[in-house]
Design a protein around this ligand. Structure first.
Ligand code: CXF
Ligand code: ZN
Length: 377
């Protein structure tokens, strides 16, 4: 390892909102204190990367290195790190997990307050920048991970150590999307056997919700998506019924779901990131105990609206980040479910390519042609 020295390597830099990434040589700082420098083995693209890549300045921050679904190997560690060492395989996660704060110790939260989540680029504890381009200018990081780089620096509170032999192309799925979907069922909603579930949006996160619902023995798993192809894919993950909102001409989607489920689904999950769909999901859950969970960033920053009377009749509306999963203790459980052949992961991978083809991976995802495409260095 280049302990105490910066590393020069290649990274895919996003210089302008919505424009192709540019593979450039960068300098990655050496890790200090609680930081860990990792060599990325495999990374995949999550829709949140796309959402923030499209955001124009001044809200969008550029130049930036996106990417937060990954797996890597520890190259060197800062002086205060004892939890991992050179050669360990780790999954970086955008949610920290210090395991000491009030939130980490509570069963009710996965939002660590000791190393709080910050939208502003920079390392989580001191805000410092770790990347420089070939001219010495700062390149910002993303969600404290920035995995579209051969090397990156991540705070140890954001790392989960896993077995070295676990296949990297499956491991990186557990870094965000699949964990978010399965976690939303397991932790956030706590779906019981025999429940009815409606999933709005059958992308990777929505399919992971279906997978979680299947594992939790939901009796009916209704997928809502504008693409009929998603139903065929969804069946592999346990989707039992499909609704294309474009076919619901004289009824709105909530009426259709209420008819199908004798009053509304027990649990609704919004997996697209649109305020109007969040309202539809809420209106589709049943009176008395229906619960709606939103899983991701609202793409346009729009507010949600629904009638207070609907809440008054016992419906719950809630949200979750990373599905309520506590990375260090819960991701190993998901790994065990995969090893026990209970949790499907292989089916989430639709394309695999080299790092130099990362823009192709972006194109496939933005055109809705893939679930998870992965790039390996
Ligand atoms: C999101 C959740 C909220 C902040 C940004 C990232 N999740 C992952 O993609
Ligand atoms: Zn993500």
């Amino acid at each position: 390892p280049l302990t105490g020295k910066p590393i020069r390597c290649k990274a895919a830099i996003s210089r302008t909102a919505g424009e192709p990434l540019e593979i450039e040589e960068i300098e990655v700082a050496f890790p200090i204190d609680w930081e860990v420098r990792i060599k990325i083995l495999c990374t995949s693209i999550c829709h949140s990367d796309v959402t923030f890549w499209k955001l124009k300045a001044p809200i969008g921050v550029f130049p930036r290195i996106f990417g937060h679904e990954a797996v890597g190997v520890v190259e060197s560690v800062g002086a205060k790190v004892t939890e991992v060492k050179e050669g360990d395989t780790v999954i970086p996660v955008f949610i920290s997990n210090c395991q000491e704060c009030r939130d980490c110790k509570s069963k009710k939260s996965n939002i660590c307050t000791k190393v709080p989540f910050r939208f502003f680029p920079g390392m989580p504890r001191d805000g410092r920048s770790i990347f420089k381009d070939s001219k010495g200018a700062i390149v910002h990081n993303f969600l404290a991970i920035s995995s579209f780089s051969e090397y990156t620096v991540v705070d140890v509170s954001h790392l989960v150590k896993i077995e070295a032999g676990f296949p990297p192309e499956k491991a990186c799925l557990l870094s965000c999307g699949v964990t978010t979907g399965v976690g939303a069922v397991w932790k956030a909603a706590q779906v019981e056997e025999g429940s009815t579930v409606a999933i709005f949006g059958l992308g990777a996160v929505g399919l992971a919700v279906a997978e979680g619902a299947r594992l939790h023995k939901a009796s009916r798993i209704i997928g809502v998506d504008l693409s009929i192809e998603k139903f065929e894919i969804g069946k592999k993950f346990g989707v039992t019924d499909f609704i294309n909102p474009a076919d619901c001409k004289d009824k709105n989607i909530s009426e259709v779901i209420k008819e199908m489920t004798d009053g509304g689904a027990d649990y609704c999950f919004e997996c697209i990131g649109l305020a109007t769909v969040m309202s539809d999901a809420f209106n589709s859950c049943r009176k008395g105990w229906g619960k709606t969970v939103i899983l991701g960033v609202e793409k346009h920053g729009s507010p949600i609206s629904f009638s207070p009377a609907e809440v008054l009749w016992g419906r719950t509306f809630t949200g979750t980040s990373l599905g309520g999963i506590k990375p260090k203790s819960d991701i190993p459980v998901l790994i065990q479910w995969y090893m026990d052949k209970e949790l499907h992961l292989d089916e989430f991978i639709t394309d695999q390519m080299g790092f130099q083809d990362i823009n192709k991976a972006f194109d496939l995802l933005t055109q809705g042609k893939s679930l998870h495409n992965e790039v390996q260095s």
